[in-house]
Design a protein around this ligand. Structure first.
Ligand SMILES: [Zn+2]
Length: 134
């Protein structure tokens, strides 16, 4: 499942999240439907996509685990954390390039709090407004 909504770094990040959920789901839920995800994990993948789209940092988003903004609800946060913890070490085997990019991202400093409207969702809406007002 690749995102039809997100672009650039955030689209890549979502792809990595889906791959990690697949590894976790296949080991814990025997997930087969929806590209290897059970219903609950597929829902979590959709939730993650929505959160990435609305991430106030937009393309400068830091690694989620160290982010000062807690945008996930506690239940989703816990489920995502468990899946990432399980799948993280296995990513190097299944998706080595994504795993290395992810490790590299974890070393990036947390950026300054971004200005309002930096999320991909906000910028997409602004672009729509700009194109209709001209
Ligand atoms: Zn699952």
């Amino acid at each position: 499942m690749s995102s039809t909504l997100l672009t650039g770094r955030l689209a890549k990040e979502h792809k990595t999240i889906v791959h990690m959920l697949q590894i976790y789901c296949q080991a814990h839920h025997q997930g087969q439907k929806n590209n290897g995800l059970c219903e609950a994990c597929n829902q979590l993948a959709g939730y993650a996509e929505q959160k990435l789209d609305r991430c106030p940092y937009g393309d400068s988003k830091p690694d989620c685990a160290r982010c000062p903004i807690h945008c996930y609800k506690p239940d989703e946060r816990e489920r995502a954390r468990q899946a990432m913890r399980f799948a993280g070490p296995k990513m190097l085997w299944h998706h080595p390039i994504e795993a290395i990019i992810h490790l590299y991202d974890r070393k990036r400093p947390i950026p300054e709090r971004p200005p309002k409207g930096a999320s991909q969702q906000a910028r997409r809406k602004q672009a729509q407004l700009d194109s209709t007002s001209e």
